[in-house]
Each structure stands twice: as C-alpha cells, then as structure tokens.
Design a protein around this ligand. Structure first.
Ligand code: UD1
Ligand code: MG
Length: 465
C-alpha cells in the first residue's frame, strides 16, 4: 500500500546568493550540512506522529556531490533530478514525473532544503490544520516579520490567498509583513489538478510552486508566532543567524542539565556533544563531533576537542587541542598540549605544557609534564617522562613503536630511537639517546662524558668593551 504522505525536499537550486562554491544544501551549519538538519527534523516529526513517509530530495546543481553526501547519512532517502532549474513548481513536477507512486499518497509535504530550523511541532501543526479541514486543499506556514525582504508576500482574499514573490510584488504588496515560509502540505489531488497549468509569466521567468495557492482556492495560511523557526538561508548572514539560534538551544539544554558556562555566546558546541553535570566551560571553547565530556570536568579557554571522550573529573587547561582520543578520569592536560588521534591517556595521568601525543597509550598515573613528543608508544603505569622526552618514531619511511614499562623514570632530554623496548622500573639518565632495549630494573645512560678544564673558560668568554 502506498504511503499516505509523500515528502519532497527541494534542493536543486544553485544558492547563488550564498556566493560560495558548495551547493547550498551542503553548506555546513554546526558541523552538519544544511539539508541534514532538515532531514533530522523530518525524522523527529515522523517519529512523533508515527509516520513512515518516503522522502525524496530534488537535486540538480552539483547533484552527484549532494547525493553522495546525503546517502552517506540517510540510507532511505531517494533522489529526483531536476536537470535545469526552472523554478520550485518545476522541481515538484520532476518529483511526480520520476516518482509515479507519489501520486498515490493522499498528502504531499513540500519543504525547502534551506530552512533548517523548522521542527516537528511546526510540521505537526501544519499537517493537522489540513487533515482537520476536509474541504481545504493545502496549508502553508506563514509568519509575520519586520523584515520581509526576500520572502513571498501573503496577499489574503477570497477563500484563500495569493503568494506574491518579492520581484513581482507592487510597492504596496512589498510592505506586507505576512510572508510565506516555503513549507506546505497539499492534498496530492490538488497538485494533480493544478501543477500542469502553472505558467512562468513573472519577473524571474520561473515556474513558482507558490502558484498552487490562490485567492480562489480553498487553501489555508497557518500563522506561526515563532517566526525565527522559518528562517530561510539565502545568504551567509542568514546562515550565521540560524546557526546561532540553534547553538543557543544546544547550550541551553546543557545549562539546564547542570553544565556551567562562563560566557556561552563565545563557545561553539555541536549538537552531537555530551557534557556531564558539574562541568565548567570557560569562554572560547570548541567541542565538535562525537565528543563526550564527563562530569565535573574543567575546560579552560581556547580548548578544542573533536571526536573524543573525556571522562569524569578531568581538567583540560587553556589552548589544548584534542582529536579522536580517550582521556580517562582524573587527568590533567595542558595548557597548550596537543593530543592527536589514537591517544589514550590513563586515569590520573598528567600531560603538561607543550606536550604532543599521537597514537600513544599511557597507562594510569603517567606523567609527561613538559615539552615532549610521545608518538607510537606504550607507556606503563606510574612512569615519569622528563622534560624534553622524544620518541624518534619515524625513520623517514615507517613509524616504529616505543614501549616503556611501569614505574620507570626517564630523565629529561632523552630520546628513544624506535623500535625500542624498555622494561619495568627502568632508569634512564638525562640527556640519553637510547637505541638499545633495556631490561626491567636496568639503568641506561647514553651521552658523551664530561671533561672539565679548570681556568680555561677565559679563553672563550669574550670581553665586552
Ligand atoms: C521561496 C518561495 C518564497 C518563500 C521562501 C521562503 C518560491 C517561488 N518562493 O523563495 O515564497 O518566502 O522560499 O524561504 O517557491 N529549488 C529547486 N529548483 C528550482 C528552484 C529552487 O529545487 O528550480 C529549491 C532550492 O534549492 C531551495 C528551494 O527550492 O532549497 C527554494 O528556493 P530559493 O531560491 O531559496 O527560493 P526563495 O527565493 O527563498
Ligand atoms: Mg530560500
């Protein structure tokens, strides 16, 4: 049996007004392409109302790129091609031509790819308005705005209303503040009856979908108070505006769940991020992707964390940068540390300033307090790596592993020429370049012997005139 609701997302347009080289529907907003926001809002709507509609996206400009991006996250979405963009009504025509089953759906929902804030409540209200009025043929979401520039104006009259695009509007019509959001529900029979007769006699020479609304039709304009939800992204100013609105809601959710922000407006937190109660976020923090922060953590200013897990009671000090890593509980990192992909920092460990780790597994209570590089390494519990410790992991072709056991002490300014293995309770003297394995309990020293000549310094100390 065919679905009683078909969903079409219009995404074939160039997005010329954005003035960027990527298709508008893929423009990033809070870490996700614009259209992914629309798709996930539709998903929530369908879950809430127990619907299982088929979703089709009309693609055109850079269609392969758009299809690839959407398919990678949304397996059930299908595509319709609009080779030449002749307007929104033409886009809908392409949908029905390439999707014959779509005529069987009782209702058709049309939404633009550039309205990322329309949520399940807005979809639900508009759907209900049409379902509850058996005589109505379509419902359009409209709202009042002090700045109607760019939107189609709603001109009420007769049984319904006209939607007049900005370009075609008279002076008087341009002063109308009631505008079209670009979200509609139709009885599919209404589309079948009128879509074919839409003409392109207007300033743009385009076939307007908005011509499915007329004063002579029984169509409903459903007014929404929360006009910001319908913000359409046509330029980069609106993109930032929508992004900040969504960001505010994300932060609000964390604040109400017990996360303390010192200056939330300066932070960038993506929707996928989780933060435990009791944590404090300083100004200018960036948290991206699949990132989880535990309870009672401190994230100081300038911290950037991407796709990482930071467990409870950690302090990440100013300007530290973490990527694809696991930080276990009670760890201190930074200031100014770089934790690169594949790092696993054991509970109670300490990573100090100007330390870089990469693909490094540090067990519990390891200390790397200053100026070090720990790459491709396994470091045992309770081992101390002194200031200026370096794993020489790369021979110019391949990366090699450094293994150091537990309870060891590696003196400052030591290098490990990998591959190399040091056992437990090893002691390495400062300034050593270690290129041979050291067994457990062993002492290693590898540096030139010191020679001291008394009184000889004056030969080298130059006198200042
Ligand atoms: C549209 C509405 C306008 C409304 C506004 C709300 C029309 C004619 N106008 O204007 O009344 O106030 O949205 O944001 O519908 N698209 C295609 N194929 C095309 C043309 C456009 O798929 O041939 C897609 C675009 O990719 C976009 C959507 O349709 O996602 C809307 O197009 P856009 O150019 O943004 O229309 P607006 O000028 O914003
Ligand atoms: Mg638009």
């Amino acid at each position: 049996m065919a679905d009683s609701l078909g969903i079409v997302i219009l995404a074939a347009g160039k997005g010329t007004r954005l003035k960027v080289d990527i298709p508008k529907s893929l423009c990033p907003m809070l870490g996700k392409p614009l259209i992914d926001h629309v798709l996930s809002n539709l998903d929530s709507f369908q879950n809430e109302y127990e619907l299982q509609a088929k979703i089709s996206v009309v693609v055109g400009h850079k269609k392969e790129e758009v299809k690839k991006s959407i398919s990678s996250n949304w397996a059930d979405v299908s595509f319709v091609t609009q080779e030449e963009q002749k307007g929104t009504a033409h886009a809908l025509q392409c949908y029905f031509e390439q999707n014959k089953d779509a005529w069987d759906s009782k209702y058709t929902l049309v939404v633009c790819a550039d309205t990322p804030l329309i949520g399940k409540e807005e979809f639900g209200k508009l759907f209900k308005a049409l379902q509850d009025d058996e005589d109505a043929q379509a419902s359009a979401a409209v709202f009042n705005t002090p700045n109607p520039t760019g939107y189609g104006r709603i001109v009420m009259g007769g049984q319904g209303f006209d939607i007049v695009e900005e370009k075609d509007a008279s002076e008087d019509q341009r002063r109308i503040n009631l505008v079209n959001s670009g979200l509609y529900f139709f009885r599919t029979s209404h589309i079948k009856e009128h879509l074919g007769s839409i003409e392109n006699e207007n300033k743009s020479g385009e076939f307007y979908l908005t011509d499915l609304f007329k004063k002579s039709f029984n169509v409903k304009a459903v007014n929404y108070e929360d006009s910001y939800k319908f913000l359409g992204i046509n330029n980069l100013v609106q993109l930032e505006e929508a992004s900040l609105i969504k960001q505010r809601n994300i932060i609000l959710k964390h604040q109400l769940a017990g996360v303390r922000f010192i200056n939330s407006s300066s932070c960038y937190i993506e929707e996928s991020v989780e933060i435990g109660a009791g944590s404090v976020v300083y100004p200018g923090v960036t948290l991206e992707g699949e990132t989880t922060i535990g309870q009672n953590c401190i994230l100081e200013s300038g911290v950037v964390i991407k796709n990482s897990e930071v467990q409870n009671n950690c302090s990440i000090f100013a300007n530290s940068y973490l990527e694809k890593s696991l930080i276990k509980e009670d760890v201190r990192i930074g200031p100014m540390a770089r934790i690169r992909p594949g790092s696993e920092i054991g509970a109670g460990s300490k990573i100090g300033n100007f330390v870089e780790t990469k693909n490094a597994k540090l067990d519990k209570k390891v200390s790397v307090s200053h100026l070090s590089y720990v790459g491709d390494a396994n470091i045992g519990e309770n081992t101390n790596l002194g200031c200026g410790f370096i794993t020489c992991n790369y021979d110019g072709v391949q990366k090699h592993l450094t293994t150091i056991g537990k309870n060891s002490f590696i003196g400052s300014d030591s290098q490990m020429i990998a591959p190399i293995t040091l056992g437990d309770e090893v002691y390495v003297a400062s300034g050593s370049t270690i290129n041979k394995d050291i067994p457990s309990g062993g002492f290693g020293i590898a540096r030139g012997r010191q020679v001291t000549k008394e009184g000889m310094a004056k030969r080298f100390l130059k006198k200042k005139d």
